[in-house]
Design a protein around this ligand. Sequence first.
Ligand code: V47
Ligand code: SF4
Length: 366
Amino acid sequence: MFIEKMIDDDEVKRIATKVMDGNRISLAEGVILYDNADMATLGFLANKIREDKNGDHTYFNKNLHIEPTNRCVYSCKFCSYYQKKGEEGWEFSREQMLEKIANMGEEITEVHIVGGVHPQWDLHYYGKFFQDIKKLRPDVHIKAFTAVEISFIAKKSKMSVAEGLAALKEYGLDSIPGGGAEIFDEEIRQKVCPHKDTGEEWLYLHETAHKLGIPTNATILYGHIENSYHRIEHLNRLRELQDRTGGFNVFIPLKYKKENNELGYLGEVSIIEDIKLYAISRIFLDNFGHIKAYWPMIGKDISQLLLSFGVDDFDGTINDSTKIYSLAGAEDQSPSMSTDDMVKMIKDAGRVPVERDSIYGIIKEY
Ligand code: V47
Ligand code: SF4
């Protein structure tokens, strides 16, 4: 096989052949491959899987990101976003957020809502907002809240995780984004976000959502103090859960960005590290349909490049106010892309742009 000729290391060759034959690799094999294969080998394998699963299709949707507040009861060390002492914060009222949605007209099919964990707002406060969104736009998909936001608002409203999720679904929640997973390893998590829910709690909440028929996304926050074992072990826990439920739509690697947060002294990993992480994610997560490059975080140019390293999804047009990454130092300070720009960016990379709905149904192929 062509790939065998590319590789010198016998162990890497054995594992790469296993991948080419369509077989699952173990956690230990994942670490060996990740640590020892060069970028070209990882890219070759990841691209094969990407094309087997999705051909040349590259998905995006028309969405609006809303961040209700940056007030947060937590203070994760990597976070540039939560309101620090003496800083100006923001709290959008439900009316203001509804107006943003109304202003988009028929242009969007999804509202993505993620923010800080506000000390006062409970599940019913947001539930009422969801009801108002659905009154305004019954067809719009509500993708909202990281696991830690949901567990907090459920507790505040004296509900268990399962009861909270069921109530949110009743109010209009359609799916859950992948944030808050960070890194599951307990020791590392304790160092970067000691007060946040544990990795096991994140996984439990997502499993419960899947059982209630609420699809979710998954992420990893990479490029701070974790090593390659921690990264693959994180993927392994996600793969195990996906085997049990099939409820994940997509996996999104989130690169640690260094501006305005406590871990800034670490700097940021190189583009080589980014590419290898996306590629190994595509190779290892054999039961995930899609890998997303979130362009406001990783940048448009690198996102285009990543289409050859396992990525088949670009999130969406975003339309304005997301601050999570602009505050952390992302190049795009006011992320928003027209459909024409999105289509051009995908076509320029030699792939086929496909507008999708929030659960990967095809709306339009360009
Ligand atoms: O939970 C916070 C991460 C997440 C930093 O599901 C940081 O479609 C890097 O989850 N550097 C929120 N990352 C964003 C998120 C997301 C984004 C886009 C699409 C989807 C989806 C989900 O951002 C947080 C945290 O893990 N984060 N600070 C930082 N300095
Ligand atoms: Fe709060 Fe989320 Fe930032 Fe942690 S990552 S401090 S939970 S806004």
